[in-house]
Design a protein around this ligand. Structure first.
Ligand code: HEM
Length: 495
């Protein structure tokens, strides 16, 4: 879930090694160990029955395609698709990746059983130190499935109704600091705002009340744990980002623990996600422990934080680039809420169909999660190829969502394309920004509620434009593909 540029992973790993002053030795040892593992895996692969996927050759033994993939992953994958077809493998930093491109090939990953194509094997090292033990990829998948079911109960329409009011008011408050007009970093603004809205909606008022600069820094340190280094290397190594992450985890746990205690003692508790978690039980009848509740609260915040702030930033830039479209989105607000622009409410979010399509198209062209991954544990057959155990099997929404043979004018931002019923019902896995199958996102509806409410407030307040026609390039070096130099221009909307 949290992967992309292995180039930065390697860079990051290298910086980390230098940081503890034993760079060369550690790098050589790691290279040797990973190289030996690769040789062993290749030996096993040679015993596989059936045709293995075409392997993109590389003259660089251990790094393989890390640099070409890392500098422009989507171009790399599209070129490989053209040359090798929908299933191909390549090596990066001693690991073999097999990509499944397009709807037919992707069905293997989305329809697979977790014991065959496994998520914990690839995500746990990264996620468990941040969320904590006993949740998500630290527990057997059936337990995580029960946890997802509990979380879904908390993401109910009754709760969304209250969320809209909270998000509207947080957004109004936040943007007072921007003033009437100017130029500002929209990605920074959305990152800060979405911590406030998500914490308020998903954690409850007690935890939101504790959210000061110190706690924001703790969240940032926890989030800093999601880096390529953590994905590549064991968590006990003494890197500064690992230490900060572990310290922040302990402190956040204490803060959340107090809030849970306070809530349990409240004779009149709010009906919200925290209360849902406190009252829910597993199928066995056991209640969630405080550690599990804490882990799930951290998970809720971080799973939705970068995904929603990045999507919102790209949406703002797509609207800034197309003034006529932006005006139509504003007109839609007037049609729904009248010229007096009444406050946003949940029941009318569904009527914002143009804004909906704009968001959908943003998620097509700039899905925040570039690649979903699984570890192949048993030989898997797809489109005539057999993928050997040990390969990391990947599907990239970004790639599936811009295949020229599926998407007309694939590189253009055309929200109205979704009015065409053929596009809306196209191949099953051609459009997968929220994944599919057993690991599918549970946060889609909340993300739509959040982003549509934020944009309803902003589009009424401001007219956005690009500065000197600069539309941000994609920053491929971060784990989620953010906009580079995300400064936007704004002035009051006149109507
Ligand atoms: C624009 C916003 C979001 C996008 C694009 C997004 C995308 C995704 C994707 C692609 C997956 C599948 C990962 C995989 O198969 O490996 C996923 C899973 C998940 N997401 Fe989201 N997400 C978003 C927001 C949220 C929010 C707001 C929450 C929580 C409130 C959330 C919670 C989860 C959870 C719990 C999973 C399940 C992981 C699993 O079963 O392995 N997401 N998301």
């Amino acid at each position: 879930m949290f992967t992309d540029s292995t180039f930065e992973q390697f860079q990051g790993a290298f910086e980390g090694f230098a940081d503890i002053g034993t760079g060369t030795f550690t790098l050589i040892t790691t290279t040797f160990v990973l190289g030996a593992a690769l040789a062993y895996r290749q030996l096993c692969t040679s015993k596989i029955q059936g045709k293995t996927p075409p392997h993109i050759p590389s003259s660089i033994p251990f790094l393989g395609q890390a640099v070409s993939f890392g500098s422009s992953p989507i171009e790399f994958l599209l070129a490989a698709y053209d040359k090798y077809g929908p299933v191909f493998s390549f090596t990066m930093v001693g690991k073999t990746f097999t990509y499944l491109v397009g709807s037919d090939a992707s069905s293997l990953l989305f329809n697979s059983r977790n014991e065959n194509l496994n998520a914990e094997d690839v995500y746990s090292r990264l996620v468990t130190p941040v969320f904590g033990k006993g949740v998500a990829y630290d527990v057997p998948n059936p337990v995580f499935m029960e946890q997802k079911k509990i979380l879904k109960t908390g993401l109910s329409i009754n709760h969304f109704r209250k969320h809209v009011d909270i998000i509207e008011s947080e957004t109004r408050d936040y943007f007072t600091r921007w003033g009437a007009e100017g130029k500002n970093d929209i990605f920074e603004a959305f990152s800060e705002l979405i911590i406030l809205t998500a914490s308020h909606c998903l954690h409850g008022k007690e935890i939101r009340a504790c959210l000061d600069e110190h706690v924001a820094q703790l969240y940032a340190d926890l989030d800093g744990g999601f880096n390529h280094l953590a994905w590549l290397l064991p968590g006990w190594l003494p890197f500064p980002s690992f230490r900060k992450r572990d310290k922040a985890h302990i402190e956040v746990k204490k803060i959340f623990g107090k809030a849970i205690e306070q809530r349990r003692a409240d004779p009149n508790p709010d009906d919200d996600m925290l209360q849902t978690l406190i009252e829910s039980t597993y199928k066995s009848g056991r209640k969630l422990t405080d550690d599990e509740v804490t882990g799930m609260l951290i998970g809720l915040l971080l799973a939705g934080q970068h995904t929603s702030s990045t999507t919102s930033s790209w949406l703002a830039f797509f609207l800034a680039k197309d003034k006529a479209l932006q005006d139509r989105v504003f007109e839609e607000q007037k049609q729904i809420y009248g010229n007096g622009l009444a406050p946003v409410d949940y029941d009318h979010l569904k009527d914002m169909q143009l804004l909906d399509r704009c968001l959908k198209e943003t998620l097509r062209l700039r899905p925040p999660i570039m690649t979903m991954m699984r570890m192949c544990r048993t030989p898997q057959t797809v489109l005539g190829y057999t993928i050997p155990p040990g390969h990391q099997v990947c599907v990239s929404p970004t790639t599936n969502q811009c295949l020229p043979d599926t998407w007309k004018d694939f590189d253009k931002f055309l929200p109205d394309r979704f009015l065409d019923p053929e596009v809306a019902n196209s191949e099953k896995f051609a459009y997968v920004p929220f994944g599919a199958g057993r690991h599918r996102c549970i946060g889609e509806s909340f993300a739509y509620v959040q982003i549509k409410t934020i944009f309803s407030v902003l589009i009424r307040k401001y007219e956005f434009s690009l500065i000197d026609d600069y539309f941000p390039e994609v920053n491929y070096t971060t784990m989620i593909h953010t906009p580079r130099k995300p400064i936007i221009q704004y002035k009051p909307r006149e109507f």
